[in-house]
Design a protein around this ligand. Structure first.
Ligand code: ZN
Length: 611
């Protein structure tokens, strides 16, 4: 054990003691009770609650296509193929076709060959999770049957040999935990917790003793890639397992794997992100948030808040971060350099998945709308424009912010991002609305309906719009009887001059806040929201004020083809052409610009050098 290990072990024991002491006096995840006691405006109010997957229906074709398309791929995958690496690694007969890519097990090709068995079976748990969430949305019996069947088939393969032979025992275990607790909660699998207990008992003997960063050896490894496991992301799902009733041991395990070597400096406001693997460390901030929600640990809340701020400060205008999958020090020139030096600008499905979870936690706990602004930015400018997942394992992985960029599939089939993309697609519903005892929070403007019960009345809130192509959003209330509640609308920080009316009467709205509409609502009540989308320019960093992205409302506009010489004034005078396009008049002619969701295979650039 190195001296730094000895130190972190001591810190770990201290924090575990503090955390368990905190857990005796504070259980903030009993959120609704707290907000009933204190009222939702007081700082003592608990976190906002998530809505149920089935409480929201979306009427946006982009969002729904992504859900239906990823779901269709998962339903189509052969169960023998899905089980194949688990059966092979347990020494069992393994019939059926090999899925290939990262997913396969190839004992003879274990030398860092990404497209041949890099992470066998590692997306299985995420796919089961996505299927369970999808069942929670539409109650399709075929989906539930598939979830239950996959869990039972998987249960027969649980073996220590799997964890011995995979590069990523902690990563794969974390995703299996997620699949099983989601199967319990969303698909009502009565055996999920038993299968989870068996999985946990088996895996634990083959996991590191505590959270370990990349590059640290803790077992005999064939090569360095065996030190790229992500044990520091495990507490989130372990704490969720505890909260959902799987047992006390999961809370203790969550505490054991908290990565305080990473969180402690962040909690003190010091960035230690430089050089760290991007997705997994943003994902690890979700474990810090669960340490706060489960144990009441304020230190971990501070770590997550500060960590988010450091990541936001090094983000591209799209909200994406982590070029070449690496986080940077504050003010690092590397972000700017990546515009010419890299095409791997943002690990889009995994990065979005972590980003949405983290901002969901932060929004729920702080009620600060800037986390909603951030979610919206990442959604429209990255994942919603991802190329669709294909049945042969082709997966959209990196968004490209190079001056000469294209949308492409990963050269590796079934990578990590094929696991997170179906989860992201299922989760748009729970990103859109939140609740507390007094009413609802509208976080995203997506055509949709939320149904809930307020003081015994059945309420439906329906929003309609062409947003973000139109600044106007309309809401209509249906109520089984009149009921008093609050509708809180996120007014983005960029929406200067926002206006709201209820039944034609003007209400207060200011940019960068939740506008609170508290009243007795009845069927037929209407809310009209106007969110002015002024064009603005955002520089890549303070040292390169001449390198800018054009942003309109929540959307970045990407220039097609060879970018012309252009001035700030010309960009800001962008004119709409057609439903989803913009045009810039430059000295050398017209330049077309599109949002990410409208780009197909054309070459584009995110940033332009203005004169
Ligand atoms: Zn990924």
């Amino acid at each position: 054990m190195s001296p730094s290990h000895a130190l972190s072990r001591r810190k770990f024991l201290q924090s575990a003691a503090l955390a368990s002491a905190a857990s005796m006096i504070s259980r903030p995840h009993k959120s609704l009770l707290a907000s009933e006691l204190f009222g939702s405006d007081s700082p003592e109010a608990g976190p906002l609650a998530e809505v149920g997957y089935g409480d929201v229906s979306l009427a946006s074709s982009l969002h729904e296509q992504q859900l239906q398309q990823t779901h269709a791929v998962l339903m189509e995958l052969s169960e023998d193929s899905l089980l194949k690496p688990f059966r092979q690694m347990a020494g069992q007969p393994a019939p059926g076709e090999d899925l290939g890519g990262w997913y396969r097990y190839d004992p003879h090709n274990q030398n860092n060959l990404f497209d041949s068995g890099f992470a066998p079976g590692s997306t299985f748990g995420q796919w089961v999770s996505a299927l369970a969430r999808s069942y929670a949305i539409d109650q399709s019996p075929a989906t539930r049957k598939k979830v239950l069947r996959l869990n039972r088939l998987y249960a027969k393969t649980i073996s220590g040999d799997f964890y011995e032979n995979t590069r990523f025992p902690a990563y794969t275990f974390d995703k299996l935990v997620c699949g099983l607790i989601d199967s319990h909660k969303y698909a009502g699998d009565p055996d999920a917790f038993d299968i989870l207990a068996k999985t946990t008992k088996t895996a634990l003997a083959h996991l590191p003793p505590k959270a370990l960063e990349h590059g640290l050896r803790w077992r005999s490894n064939p090569d360095v890639s065996y030190t790229w496991d992500e044990s520091y992301t495990m507490p989130e799902n372990l704490f969720l397992a505890y909260q959902r009733g799987a047992g006390e041991q999961y809370r203790d395990l969550g505490v054991r794997y908290l990565d305080d070597v990473y969180y402690d400096p962040l909690a003190e406001g010091r960035s230690n992100l430089e050089g760290r693997h991007a997705y997994s460390h943003v994902n690890s901030l979700c474990s810090a948030m669960q340490a706060y929600l489960t144990l009441g640990s304020e230190k971990h809340l501070r770590a997550a808040k500060n960590g988010f701020d450091f990541v936001a400060a090094q983000s591209f205008a799209t909200g994406g971060w982590g070029a070449d999958e690496t986080l940077r020090a504050p003010g690092s020139p590397e972000v700017y350099k990546s515009l010419t030096g890299s095409h791997s600008s943002f690990e889009t499905p995994c990065g979005s998945y972590a980003h949405f979870k983290l901002t969901r936690y932060l929004l729920r706990v702080t009620r600060d709308p800037r986390y909603g602004d951030s979610m919206e930015r990442v959604m429209y400018n990255t994942i919603l424009g991802a190329k669709p997942l294909q049945l042969d394992g082709r997966t959209f992985y990196y968004s490209d912010y190079n001056f000469k960029a294209r949308k492409v599939y990963s050269t590796n089939r079934w990578p990590c991002c094929s696991g997170t993309m179906p989860q992201v697609a299922a989760d748009y519903r729970i990103n859109t609305y939140f609740q507390d005892a007094r009413g609802v929070y509208v976080n995203l403007y997506i055509p949709s309906t939320l149904k809930w019960t307020q003081g015994g009345a059945q309420i439906e809130l329906t929003q309609k719009s062409e947003y973000p192509y139109d600044s106007h959003v309309q809401f209509e209330v249906k109520a089984s009887r009149a009921a008093e509640f609050a509708v809180n609308l996120r007014i983005p920080a960029w929406a200067e001059g926002a206006a709201i009316t209820v039944n034609g009467k003007r209400e207060a709205a200011s940019a960068g806040s939740f506008a609170r509409l508290q009243r007795e609502w009845k069927s037929g009540d209407r809310i009209e929201v106007e969110l002015p989308m002024k064009a603005r320019l955002e520089a890549i960093d303070a040292q390169h004020a001449e390198t800018v992205a054009l942003v309109v409302g929540p959307m970045v506009l990407f220039a097609l083809g060879d970018p012309a010489t252009v001035t700030r004034a010309q960009l800001l005078a962008a004119k709409r052409i057609g439903a989803q396009g913009w045009q810039i008049e430059t000295a050398s002619g017209a330049m077309k610009m599109l949002p990410f969701t409208a780009i197909q295979d054309q070459e584009y650039t995110t940033y332009l050098r203005v004169t």
